[in-house]
Design a protein around this ligand. Structure first.
Ligand code: AMP
Length: 275
């Protein structure tokens, strides 16, 4: 595995690899890698000639009161995990943007609700960095986790709307044995916050089980979820169409239940499919 730390060297490698006709797979991350990230690498590894992972904590996607400064980092552990997953290139630039950078990429509508509403500017930061990374890495295929379900939908739409020459693959959400969705931010949780944080997936699974048992009314399902949550501050609990991400009144097509909430100072998200 080689490690590249400048965007110039990343682009030079990608151009040369592309000229050879090799298929490049890409997993963008913010590091502090866990089994959820590794699952995305393993998903792509068999179908590409070269696998690139980026680690970059992108300031554009953090709000002024968010955790940019204290976002957890572990460059050596991350490199070992990437090496173990068969990664060819680990791209870890200290800076990603050229001097005088003033461009942004924005996806409307899909970003109106949920994390878009509760984290203003977040998705513009995500789509801008992902567009730049796609161009630097010349990815033929990129994998994103369903852990960030809205983000995956937003990126699919950006790629379609702007005819970006990259295929987007979604990877299933990976959980710890106790059910908590794996996240780099779980490191912040105290033992009691983590225990109460388990109510996120319990609420979502309770909604899913009720829907499977025949309850199709969104309000009733949301009430079941809300009753299960033990969090400090609920950012949202939503039941939406799995494709359009629009709120629904009844479950008639594949739907998704999504939640975001604070435990102490830590914001966690989770989601499950509801059929
Ligand atoms: P992050 O480092 O949090 O920006 O995440 C990088 C990529 O890993 C994104 O595509 C996430 O959706 C994905 N990811 C993060 N946590 C998980 C998880 N628990 N299961 C599956 N994918 C995940």
């Amino acid at each position: 595995m080689q490690t590249l730390t400048s965007f110039e060297s990343m682009q030079a490698w990608a151009n040369a690899t592309h000229r050879e006709g090799l298929r490049i797979g890409f997993v963008p991350t913010m590091g502090f890698l866990h089994a959820g990230h590794v699952s995305l690498m393993e998903r792509l590894r068999p179908e590409v000639d070269r696998l690139v992972v980026s680690i970059y904590v992108n300031p554009l996607q953090f709000g002024p009161d968010e955790d940019l400064e204290r976002y957890p980092r572990d460059p050596e552990g991350d490199a070992a995990k990437c090496d173990g997953a068969g990664v060819d290139v680990l791209f870890m630039p200290p800076d990603l943007y050229p001097d005088g950078f003033v461009t942004s990429v924005a996806v409307d509508r899909l970003t109106d609700g949920m994390c878009g509403a509760t984290r203003p500017g977040h998705f513009d930061g995500v789509t801008t960095v992902v567009a730049r990374l796609f161009n630097l890495v010349r990815a033929d295929v990129a994998c994103f986790g369903e852990k960030d379900f809205q983000q995956l939908a937003v990126i699919r739409r950006m790629v379609r709307d702007l005819a970006m020459p990259v295929e987007i693959v979604g990877g299933p959400l990976v959980r710890d044995p106790d059910g908590l969705a794996m996240s780099s931010r779980n490191k912040y949780l105290t033992e009691t916050d983590r225990e109460r944080g388990l109510s996120l997936h319990r609420a979502l699974f309770a909604m899913r089980d009720a829907a499977t048992a025949g309850e199709k009314r969104a309000e009733a399902l949301l009430a079941i979820g809300r009753d299960t949550l033990t969090v400090d501050k609920l950012h949202y609990l939503e039941l939406v169409d799995a494709e359009s991400l629009q709120r629904i009144e009844r479950v008639e097509r594949p739907a998704r239940a999504l939640v975001a909430a604070f435990l102490g100072k830590t914001r966690l998200i989770d989601n499950v499919g509801i059929v």
